[in-house]
Design a protein around this ligand. Structure first.
Ligand code: ZN
Length: 268
């Protein structure tokens, strides 16, 4: 049985929550994920699980709080996630995504939160998260709330050049092609090896795409799309690499959040 986790907002009662918001002004992390196929060897929750676990570890370091994730993301695109036509991939429209982010940001603002981090695990979400933040900030400004600060973080952007060389000794492919590739597979092997099956690695990779998009998204219209749903090989993935990357993301993001929100003293 697991025990109560003091960084998880939904495990607090409302009075504990209210007191923490009032007395400590904690940074609130909102993981934003997706339910999306990740090839034959990974589960469909990678884009939610990884940013949530990073958020939890950062929150523990800086005495922050983690909100329940937004579990569904914007429609998977062929060149970054295989495409929305795969069974299992379950997505929101742009409007639903934007308004979900706007509403959640405004709710935390109503509770008194002034420091938020939207921790994104699914690249297709980026612009819709930004739009949701922008709409929320405009409404809050009109209501006289002008002291809100929000970070949007794609955790993988915290990969250093030296880690990149260790993880991809033959050269880094690209973040879009990394869908179900070495990074996500390694981090999952480190954090949740029970959810990874390395005997089922895709063999129809790396994906080769023309430099444009084709709609409607169908397998017929995308003859070079790997049928496995992975876009690159995860053969080089290991739990050790996952640990290296995960720890780099947690420490890099903790530093950035500390710096942006002026928490320097609290870290020590
Ligand atoms: Zn992913």
């Amino acid at each position: 049985m697991s025990t109560k986790d003091p960084v998880r907002i939904e495990q607090l009662n409302w009075m504990e929550y209210e007191a923490r918001m009032k007395e400590q002004q904690p940074v609130v992390f909102i993981p934003v994920g997706a339910l999306e196929q990740h090839g034959p060897h990974l589960p469909m929750n990678c884009d939610e699980l990884i940013p949530r676990e990073i958020s939890e570890d950062v929150a523990r370091t800086i005495n922050g709080l983690v909100a329940p994730s937004l579990n569904y993301g914007y429609k998977s695109q062929p060149r970054t996630g295989g495409g929305n036509h795969f069974p299992g991939t379950t997505s929101l429209s742009a409007e639903a995504m934007i308004l979900s982010v706007r509403d959640v940001v405004m709710e935390f603002a109503r509770h008194g939160a002034r420091r938020l981090v939207l921790m994104d695990g699914h690249s297709e979400n980026t612009m819709f998260i930004i739009e949701g933040i922008d709409l929320a900030l405009r409404e809050l400004f009109r209501d006289g709330i002008t002291d809100m600060k929000i970070l949007r973080i794609g955790y993988y952007e915290f990969t250093s050049a030296s880690t990149e060389k260790v993880v991809w000794p033959d050269g880094f492919p690209s973040w879009p092609l990394e869908h179900a590739g070495v990074m996500e597979t390694s981090v999952m092997l480190y954090r949740r090896p029970d959810l990874v099956d390395m005997t089922k690695l895709a063999t129809d990779v790396p994906a080769q795409f023309p430099p444009y998009d084709v709609y409607p998204v169908t397998f017929e219209n995308l003859p070079t799309l790997p049928r496995s749903g992975a876009l690159n090989s995860a053969k080089l993935a290991t739990a050790e690499k996952g640990k290296l990357m995960f720890n780099e993301y947690v420490s890099g993001i903790a530093l950035a959040v500390t710096d942006e929100f002026g928490l320097g003293k609290k870290l020590k």
